[in-house]
Design a protein around this ligand. Structure first.
Ligand code: ZN
Length: 296
């Protein structure tokens, strides 16, 4: 079937209910293992490859010194075909899915990979295809991703998903979600929200610089109005405070200023604070979460 120079590809029976391994596996050896998914789809694999990739003999299902024949061993697994397909794609480092798996399937596969003792750093590390596929669906499903990341202790994934969780108020987290996150990641999440709050306070702690040539009255008005605005914003703190709301709160101070120099100084400070806040939302917060995790 194959041209001599081509790497061997898997030939699969055409019967219904039989699936192929992630296309064209380029191993020298022919598959010697049949994995049967919970929905009775069969996948061909190499015992040696699975053992090599797993640090627990594929969750104890494959013995290290097992001898198998080409006609092989058949191994029923609890995963359905969609999940098993993603698992095998990851193990065989294949970066293409025939059908785009749902996020639920991808996350189940990650859990399975962990149970099969496959090092997650290799198969779902930040530079992998699987990680990219999960990340693409994270903005709309951040909590779901964060929970799984917490359960498998995947720091990068937890960090990346947490950047989309600013609108999640700690008080609205259900008991069930808290239990799923586990104490350690729940604590990290709470610290992250508190950290956001402190960052906003820090940013707002400096009013625009006083203008020496301005009258005392103008200076006092500016500093009083600024303090009032800052305390209102931080009192009703929400970790995903939108840029527009922040900008308009600070901008409202302009109405009490009559000196152009002071107005300019205010505009400059508004720009500076807004840029800091929005940058933090997507980048620094993730980094800070990582730091926080490392410090624990
Ligand atoms: Zn002035």
């Amino acid at each position: 079937m194959h041209h001599q120079d081509e790497p061997p590809t898997l030939e699969t029976p055409t019967d219904e209910g039989v699936d192929s391994l992630p296309a064209s596996v380029t191993l020298d050896k022919l598959p010697d293992l049949v994995l049967v998914s919970s929905d009775r789809v069969i996948f061909y694999a190499h015992t040696s490859r699975l053992i090599e990739e797993s640090d627990n003999a594929f969750n104890g299902t494959l013995r290290y010194n097992q001898t198998t024949t080409t006609n092989g061993t058949s191994l029923p697994v609890p995963e359905n075909a969609d999940v098993l397909s993603v698992v095998l794609h990851a193990i065989y480092s294949k970066s293409y899915y025939q059908d785009k798996p749902s996020l639920e399937t991808l996350l189940s596969a990650v859990r399975s990979l962990k149970s099969y003792g496959v090092p997650l750093a290799r198969v779902v590390g930040p530079s992998t295809y699987l990680y990219g596929q999960i990340l693409a669906q994270t903005p709309e499903n951040a909590l779901e991703v964060f929970i799984v990341a917490a359960q498998i202790d995947h720091r990068e994934l937890a960090s990346a998903s947490s950047a989309y969780l600013h609108s999640l108020q700690i008080t609205t987290i259900s008991d069930e979600t808290a239990i799923q996150m586990g104490g350690v990641y729940l604590k990290r999440f709470i610290l992250l929200q508190m950290d956001r709050e402190r960052s906003l306070e820090r940013l707002l702690s400096k009013p625009p610089p006083p203008h020496d040539e301005c009258q005392e009255l103008q200076k006092d008005v500016l500093s009083e109005e600024w303090t009032l605005m800052a305390s209102k914003l931080t009192a009703g703190f929400c970790a995903d405070l939108p840029e527009g709301k922040l900008r308009s709160a600070m901008g409202s101070i302009e109405k009490v200023l009559w000196c152009d120099f002071c107005k300019e100084a205010l505009h400059a400070r508004i720009e500076e604070i807004t840029v800091h806040w929005t940058t933090m939302t997507k980048v620094s917060v993730q980094e800070r979460l990582k730091l926080k995790i490392c410090r624990d």
